[in-house]
Ligand binder design. Structure first.
Ligand code: ZN
Length: 186
């Protein structure tokens, strides 16, 4: 009778996913942190420009992250309405640890300012330079804030009604689920 114990079965690991594991561990600065910076607060409180005609009934969406990890959502017809919804989650720090306001109809580039107005040549820099680590986080043009585009988020909370059906571009925004190539900074 052999005394050899059976080999330990280890769960199969997706080697590509494992390579991007550090991205899974990173979480972007929360809205509470971002609004502690006056420049970001001014930007966030201003109603963003929107075209008078767009295709969505609810061009704004709020995503709130619960302290236990689940996500809750509300859609809104206007920025003011969305802002009011967002405020409820933002102030409820017992139950929610972060909240995001997503522009579903229009992409918003990170705002820039001129730093060197030479004749015939103007050099721009982001107005939020220095507020977060740009090696770790990217601007999302739907969320209008820094985010992390995580690898292969097939089970993303924002994609339940629009499941990921291709894997050719698997990096998705932590908050809104948008592809990095679509909504990321460039
Ligand atoms: Zn996003």
């Amino acid at each position: 009778m052999s005394s050899t114990s059976p080999p330990i079965r280890r769960p199969r690991q997706d080697p590509v996913r494992a390579r991007y594991a550090p991205l899974e561990a990173m979480t972007p600065p929360t809205l509470h942190e971002l609004l502690s910076y006056p420049t970001y607060k001014t930007y966030f409180r201003r109603i963003p420009p929107m075209p008078s005609i767009h295709l969505l009934n609810n061009p704004w969406q709020v995503w709130a992250l619960g302290v236990t990890g689940g996500w809750t959502s509300r859609v809104a017809k206007s920025y003011s309405e969305a802002y009011r919804e967002l405020k409820k989650f933002y102030l409820d720090r017992v139950n929610y640890k972060d909240v995001c306001l997503v522009s579903r109809a229009v992409l918003h580039n990170e705002p820039m300012k001129v730093v060197s107005p030479k004749k015939g040549e103007r050099i721009f820099t982001p107005i939020f330079l220095g507020l977060w680590d740009r090696h770790l986080f990217n601007w999302c043009r739907r969320c209008r804030r820094p985010t992390v585009f995580r690898y292969c988020s097939e089970y993303h909370h924002a994609l339940k009604s629009a499941p990921v059906i291709t894997s050719d571009e698997p990096f998705r925004c932590y908050y809104c689920g948008a592809r990095k190539s679509f909504a990321g900074s460039y």
